[in-house]
Design a protein around this ligand. Structure first.
Ligand code: TRP
Ligand code: SF4
Length: 399
């Protein structure tokens, strides 16, 4: 009913590293040529955990946008913006909060997890509890169909689907809805309206999901319907409500995951990261000093790639032939570890080269970045305002 749209955000907490590139950004770059995409800096989300030290947020915001551009996110294809510059997100967050059961938020696994993990910060705050609800507002306000996220975010997407369903249930009532929906069915033409009725019955009486999908596909194809009638018919299929907000799907990034230099998850705070735009000498040094299979003490000791973090890098960066060379050379002590690392160093530098080049113009002229963001904020705001008009109206605030 609403057009396909991708929305995703990242918290500005410091320079991005190659783990972010392989885990998320590479996927954004791919998606932007397939679907309309909105990517934003989740600065308010950063405040939920860094409210006592917000100074890092400003610099991280602009650095992160440059990292995105460097990675190939293209402002002529995607809309790039900053969450706090689209204050409608906050309005939707507030309105959604009215009807969100506390238990839904308390039960989100990241809530307790993060409180335990970040035990040095006091996260017993209202803002932190609301983190996933703000995230729901970020996505629902654009009626997004897909949200590329990592696995840890799946419960957040599940919750936003429930929030959306609940909203439609509570506020999608319309005076004379049934009658208006039945009129809209007639407008489908006799053949289609008969099929619509049959599929609706099959779904409502037998819970036949396939019938539901088929009916939705038919509505997508129906040409001569007004927006509002289409909305009614979608709502009427599943119940007797208009669908004001949509239910987004998580788009799992099945990234070729790049671990950190020590084999653990790559993270700046673990000191095992390579920055997206790290200089050449530093990359070389970091890889050359990477730990290897601990059993391989001397050059003449055979090793096992499965026990070596360098192998994980070969899985991301090398082709089959090179991997065979590593596997054989390592197990037979035919190659040394520095020799084994060299193709990884070369591949990382090759990957980073175009990123460094793309970033340079933005470093030289930061006003370019501001202009891209200003444009993106305008575009995003218009879309957000459209949804908010419907939301306010549905909640009886349309005066
Ligand atoms: N919570 C996300 C993360 O930590 C960031 C985020 C905020 C986000 N709002 C979002 C992601 C909306 C996707 C959609 O990675
Ligand atoms: Fe690791 Fe390569 Fe050394 Fe084997 S040869 S231990 S895979 S760095």
């Amino acid at each position: 009913m609403y057009p396909d749209r991708v929305v995703s955000g990242m918290r500005p907490t410091g320079a991005l590293h190659l783990g972010h590139y392989h885990g998320a950004l590479k996927n954004w770059v791919k998606l932007q040529s397939e679907l309309p995409c909105l990517f934003f800096v989740a600065d308010w989300h950063a405040l939920t955990t860094h409210y006592d030290d917000p100074s890092v947020i400003e610099t991280s915001t602009w650095e992160m946008v440059i990292d995105w551009l460097a990675a190939g996110v293209d402002p002529s294809q995607s809309t790039l913006f900053i969450q706090s510059r689209v204050p409608e997100h906050a309005e939707l967050h507030l309105l959604l909060s009215m009807a969100t059961p506390l238990g839904w938020l308390e039960r989100v696994p990241t809530y307790k997890d993060q409180q335990e993990k970040l035990a040095d910060r006091d996260l017993a705050t209202y803002g932190f509890l609301g983190y996933p609800l703000l995230q729901a507002a970020d996505v629902l306000i654009y009626r997004a169909s897909q949200v590329p996220v990592g696995e840890d975010q799946i419960p957040h997407i599940e919750m936003m689907r429930e929030i959306s369903r609940r909203f439609n249930h509570l506020y999608g009532k319309e005076k004379g809805f049934e009658e208006k929906a039945r009129d809209a069915v007639k407008k489908l033409g006799s053949k289609r309206s008969k099929l619509y009725q049959e599929l609706r019955t099959q779904f409502q009486e037998q819970g036949n999901e396939e019938a539901l999908e088929q009916a939705k596909a038919m509505l997508d194809d129906a040409q001569n319907l007004s927006m509002i009638d289409r909305e009614r018919l979608f709502g009427y299929l599943e119940g007797s409500r208009k669908l004001i907000l949509t239910e987004p799907q998580a788009l799992l990034t099945e990234a070729s995951r790049l671990p950190g230099l020590d084999g653990a998850k790559m993270s700046k705070s673990y000191g095992n990261a390579i920055a997206l735009r790290e200089d050449k000498d530093s990359v070389t040094k970091k890889v050359r000093t990477m730990p290897t299979d601990p059993q391989r003490v001397r050059r003449t000791d055979p090793g096992d790639p499965a026990k070596c973090p360098v192998w994980q890098f070969h899985l991301v960066y090398s082709d089959d032939a090179a991997r065979q060379w590593v596997d054989k050379g390592c197990r037979s002590a035919g190659i040394g570890c520095l020799e084994c690392k060299q193709p990884v160093i070369d591949a990382i530098l090759k990957e980073q080269q175009p990123m460094l080049e793309r970033a340079q113009q933005y470093i030289d002229d930061p006003s370019l970045v501001r202009a891209i963001i200003a444009d993106g904020c305008d575009t995003a705001r218009k879309l957000a305002q459209d949804t908010m008009r419907d939301v306010r109206e549905a909640m009886g605030l349309g005066y």
